[in-house]
Structures are given as C-alpha cells and as structure tokens.
Design a protein around this ligand. Structure first.
Ligand code: 13P
Length: 335
C-alpha cells in the first residue's frame, strides 16, 4: 500500500456530506446496550443487530465507513454474505477497533491508559487481509479534581502514536481518538484546556513517531460543559470553542476530523456538528463518527421487536445518517 493510497482512503472517509457509523462496541459494551433493551447478549443477537445496521438501504449515501469490532469483521449476514462484502457493495469502507480497552494507569488512581500494542503488528496484518482499511484506537481522558495528569495524557498519546505508526506500516489509516469524557461538573473552559493539552500532546507524539498526517484521521470529542455542570454551554458556544481548540492544535494537512457523540443526545450531536460547519471555511472537513447518536433510536425499535420493527429500525438509521450527513455540510435543519 502506497502513501497515496493511505491518503486516498483518509479523504474518502471524510468525503463531503458523509461520515462514519461506529458500531465497534466491545463484547462488554454491547452487552450493556443490549441489556438496556432487554435483549440477551448472545453472538447471534450481536450478529443480527449489526446485520440490521449494515444492511440499511441506501446507507452509503451518507456513510463513508463503519468501525467494526473483531467479532463483527468476521461475521456474515444470515444468508452467508460477509459483512465486509455487504459494506464494499454499499460503498462503505470497513474499519476496525484495534485497542484492547482502557486500563487503570498504575500510580495514578482514577486515571486510565489504553492497552493493545503487544501483538498489534500481527493483528493489523490479519485485519488488512480481512478487508479493514482503517483502524481506531480510543484513549480516555477523564476530568476530575486533580485529573488528568500530564503523565496520563502523555502515556495515552505515546500509545496512540505507536499504534498509528503500526497502522500506516500495514497500509491502514489510523483514526486516532483521544476522548475527553463529558463526565463531571466542570465547565466548558476546563474542557477546552484539557482538550487543548491533549491534542497538543497527541500531534507532538505523532510528529515524533514519523506519522504521515495526510494519511491520518482525528476522531475528536467536542469542547462541551461537563454533563453535571449547572451551566450548560449553548450549541453555538460549543461550536465556537471546539473550532477554536482545533484550530489551535490540529495541523492543516490533516485530511479530516470526525467527532464522537460521547453521550450527547442524537439531536444535540447533530446540531453541534451543523453549527460548526456553518462557521465558515475551515482547514479540514468536520464530520461524524457517532456510535450512540447513530444507533440509539434503532436499538430501541429493534430491541422491542426484532422482526416487526426491522424496517422501521433501518429507517431511523438512514434518517440519522442523512441528518448527520447534512450537518457535515452545515445544511441540517431541525424540522
Ligand atoms: P459514541 O459516539 O457513542 O461516543 O461512540 C463513538 C465511539 O466510537 C467511541 O469510541
């Protein structure tokens, strides 16, 4: 895989009006999602649920790629068509979550560092053979009284850079995700400072590790008020602060930025993206890589009646993709 091909994949991931659907929940996380709609966490239920999402009619109109979990990358539809083939036929680029989750950072109570570097070279080679063209690694930065520490930010960004280098060596586009969590009662200014410090550290580490920025996608969290903060920033304040923070930290040669939804409501996640894209010209396309904000309505419908609500659930997936695709162009309207 040449450098040009990495750049081409990265650009296709953020093609105008298109974004990513994140369906890469680990088995432990999908267990929670299925439990929330009283569905047993069996392999067949996980497969059937992901089939419903991935076979949504016309999904490729607004979705450029989907992030899968290891198990899902190997699964097929009920009729035996590999999910990767379904995706390629729909013009959706297969992606894969490759981190092994956030684990306690020794010596720093309450803070975590993402693991998964050991053996990653071999796993990436296999994922490339299975059809994955991009890979995601999520670092988790928690805001609290004395957190995050500089050590936590640095350890996570160092791991992100090492994973990104291994991805590019394997011809896979890294989607680097340093998520600053919304949990806490901090205000938006604190979130700004932590996000800025994290992104500075991240791009410093990517530079140190010889990462080709043109073949990398950033998956960012928005600059928002803590979920328990009494004073919640408006949509416009979030859009303004997030863009200011990204402009201060992200190189202009990055092909694109996609956001996670992080627990925002469906409508809020769309409104924030739309507001950012209405703010005039930016160095990079801003799009979405939502998990919950793409799936939650469909999960409820499908969980309530897997057969009877199948079509309706797929319609909501399509509508969420369409709305977020419009927001990626700054053309969404709430009615
Ligand atoms: P949410 O949009 O639900 O935050 O999920 C995106 C994701 O992939 C988190 O790693």
């Amino acid at each position: 895989m040449s450098i040009d091909q990495l750049e081409e994949i990265a650009r296709a991931m953020v093609a105008p009006g298109k974004g990513i659907i994140a369906i890469d929940e680990s088995t432990a996380t999908i267990a929670k999602r299925l439990a929330s709609v009283n569905v047993e966490n069996s392999e067949e239920h996980r497969r059937a649920y992901r089939e419903m999402l991935l076979t949504t009619p016309n999904l490729g109109q607004h979705i450029s790629g989907a992030i899968l979990y290891d198990e899902t990358l190997r699964q097929s539809t009920r009729d035996g068509v590999p999910f990767t083939k379904v995706m390629l036929d729909a013009g959706i680029i297969p992606g894969i979550k490759v981190d092994m989750g956030a684990k306690p950072l020794a010596g720093f109570p309450g803070e975590v560092v993402t693991e998964g570097l050991d053996g990653l070279r071999d796993r990436l080679a296999e994922y490339a053979k299975l059809g994955a063209r991009f890979a995601k690694w999520r670092a988790v930065i928690r805001i609290a009284e004395d957190a995050p520490s500089g050590t936590c930010i640095e350890a996570n960004c160092h791991a992100l850079a090492r994973y990104a280098a291994l991805c590019q060596e394997a011809g896979i586009v890294p989607m680097v995700e340093p998520e600053v969590l919304m949990d806490g009662d901090h205000d938006i200014d604190v979130c700004y400072d932590v996000t800025e410090a994290t992104l500075r550290s991240l791009f410093g580490a990517l530079y140190e590790h010889n990462i080709l920025i043109e073949g990398t996608i950033l998956k960012a969290s928005m600059v928002v008020s803590g979920a328990d903060c009494e004073e919640q920033a408006s949509v416009d304040e979030v859009a303004e602060a997030t863009i200011r923070c990204l402009k201060a930290t992200v190189p202009a040669n990055l092909p694109g930025i996609v956001f996670l939804s992080g627990g925002q409501s469906d409508e809020r996640a769309t409104a924030h993206l739309d507001a950012m894209n209405r703010k005039g010209s930016l160095p990079w396309p801003l799009s979405f890589s939502y998990g919950r904000a793409m799936q939650s309505a469909a999960l409820k419908l499908w969980g309530a009646d897997m057969v009877g609500n199948y079509d309706k659930a797929q319609e909501t997936v399509f509508h969420r993709a369409r709305d977020n695709g419009l927001a990626a162009l700054g053309q969404w309207s709430s009615n």
